[in-house]
Ligand binder design. Structure first.
Ligand code: NG1
Ligand code: MG
Length: 495
């Protein structure tokens, strides 16, 4: 895993990337990207970088606490067609949807600064995603004179839908910049750079999305562990008869995570870390830990924490927060942790702003430990489930418990997602849950492959026709679709 590099794929073998059914459509898409590039820049692209989005099957909001997660890549991806320029260091970016995403360009500003990224609360310019990946990789490479680049982008991962369009974008930028400058990095180096880069957008992100975008193998989900160091293990889903499939359904509630981060995503990261510090402090007789990874360490010396120990941790959470399940104000935290308010700010909040009246330590840490144990159970079922009679039911139950916990303990669902999950279960899904950060975006449901059409018809009738009656058939195909596990990032050459 440490030495693998991003594969180079020839244009003629695009079939290595996409499922059989969509290959013709993809070839048309690539050809149209190339011809738009030629029209726009009056030159030919040298290569295309692509990285996929993902759907998380189970393990929500626990990657940044160091616990394992189990997502899979989807075939929807972000393409960047690139030509390089030896004579300057300027980057020009455009998007095939040029009305929504206007053309931008900037000069390389030297090894120290590289490029300026303006983060204002409430606005996130689209070029920030490009700049974040670009800055991250150039910081890593420290080149004297990066090549100028002409780039045209075409993304098919819906933004703000919990399918990780942001990581797909940033991973593509990183591999494109490496390839443009003749640098080879291992998949692990690219992933680690992408994780750091994404934080330049203002999100205190975990590492799931970048790992799955880079490491996925076709027909395999990915079991990702962060301890003792990042590992990504491809696994087959149980092969049962009739075969199973996952259906992604977009609630059409867009959650712009960068904008809502201070009260949502970044706040959850802070609450999770505060809980870890506090739990560590009490478990270790007053030697606090800085984050949940160290709470894992208490039981495991940096290895994966066993299900038994996760249960112990979860029981401990019940004990310690018996008298406070409603959360702590900053003043209360200050006396609980024996830290001054600005020490709390410096230690846990830092450069990612958060806003909260109360910090929920009980609910967040309980979710984290229980969700982590669900991931281990799901993984075990993928490894040995073929032989088990009730495997699909069991997988489904774990997904349902995960949704309930996201809703009630992590408070990252919303009414529309809850309604959609309920409709998916009424429509015959074995399990259904929100996927990704939540607060909007998509659900993922487990069904039999032969039921796809019937299932999609049911959801359309009960959810989309009621809430969004004017959607066309084409639009619906992008909103609700079945997916099989897709492959990871690639550079397509010989255009
Ligand atoms: P999305 O759905 O892409 O915002 C986010 C984080 C993940 C993970 C999930 C919740 C980023 C890039 N991704 O995903 O690391 O924490 O939420 O499980 O911030
Ligand atoms: Mg994202």
């Amino acid at each position: 895993m440490d030495t693998e590099i991003i594969p180079n794929i020839k244009f003629s073998s695009i079939s290595e990337i996409y499922p059989e059914l969509s290959q013709l459509e993809q070839i048309t898409r690539y050809k149209s990207l190339i011809s738009s590039f030629e029209k726009l820049y009056n030159r030919k692209p040298k290569f295309i970088a692509r990285s996929p989005g993902r759907v998380n099957l189970i393990g929500e909001h626990i990657d940044y606490a160091g616990f394992g997660v189990l997502p899979m890549a989807i075939s929807r991806d972000l393409l960047i067609a690139v030509d390089t320029e030896e004579n300057d260091t300027k980057v020009r970016i455009a998007n095939v949807l040029n009305e929504k995403y206007p053309i931008k360009s900037w000069e390389y500003e030297g090894k120290e600064k590289i490029v300026e990224i303006k983060i204002e609360e409430g606005v996130c310019e689209w070029e920030n995603y490009f700049k974040s990946g670009y800055k991250g990789i150039l910081q890593h490479l420290s080149l004297d004179k990066p090549k100028g680049m002409y780039c045209l982008i075409d993304g098919s991962v819906p933004p703000g839908a919990g399918l990780s369009s942001s990581a797909a974008f940033i991973c593509s930028v990183i591999i494109a910049t490496c390839f443009a400058n003749d640098v080879k990095l291992t998949k692990k180096q690219v992933t680690e750079t992408a994780i750091i880069s994404e934080r330049f957008t203002g999100m205190n992100a975990g590492g799931m999305d970048q790992t799955v975008s880079i490491f996925s193998l076709k027909d395999h989900a990915l079991y990702i562990k962060f301890l003792p160091s990042l590992t990504a293990t491809p696994i087959k889903l149980p092969s049962v008869n009739p075969p199973i499939v996952f259906v992604v359904a977009n609630s059409l509630i867009t959650s712009d995570k960068v904008i809502t981060a201070p009260t949502n995503y970044n706040l959850r990261v802070v609450e999770t870390k505060l809980a870890a510090y506090h739990l560590g402090k009490s478990l270790l007789f007053n030697k606090p830990c800085e984050n949940l990874k160290q709470v894992c360490d208490l039981y495991s010396n940096g290895e994966e924490v066993s299900i038994e120990n996760l249960i112990k941790l979860s029981n401990y959470v019940e004990d310690i927060y018996k008298n406070n399940q409603e959360g702590f104000t900053l003043d209360e935290l200050s006396s609980l942790l024996n830290l001054k308010k600005d020490e709390i700010n410096n230690k846990f909040i830092g450069k990612f702003p958060v806003r909260a009246e109360r910090f929920q330590l009980y609910k967040r840490s309980k979710h984290v430990f229980e969700e982590a144990s669900r991931v281990l159970k799901f993984y075990e079922l993928c490894l040995n489930g073929d032989k088990k009679e009730n495997v699909i039911k069991e997988l489904g139950n774990l997904m349902n418990e995960s949704h309930k916990s996201c809703k009630e303990l992590f408070n990252c669902s919303c009414d529309e997602l809850d309604e959609l999950v309920k409709i998916c279960l009424d429509g015959g899904a074995f399990g259904s849950r929100l996927t990704g950060a939540g607060w909007g975006g998509c659900t993922v449901s487990l069904i039999y492959e032969n039921d796809i059409d019937k299932f999609i018809r049911y959801i359309t009738e009960k959810y989309y026709n009621v809430r969004f009656p004017n959607l066309s058939k084409d639009e619906l195909e992008n909103i609700i679709f079945a997916t099989s596990p897709g492959c990871g990032a690639a550079i397509i050459t010989d255009l």
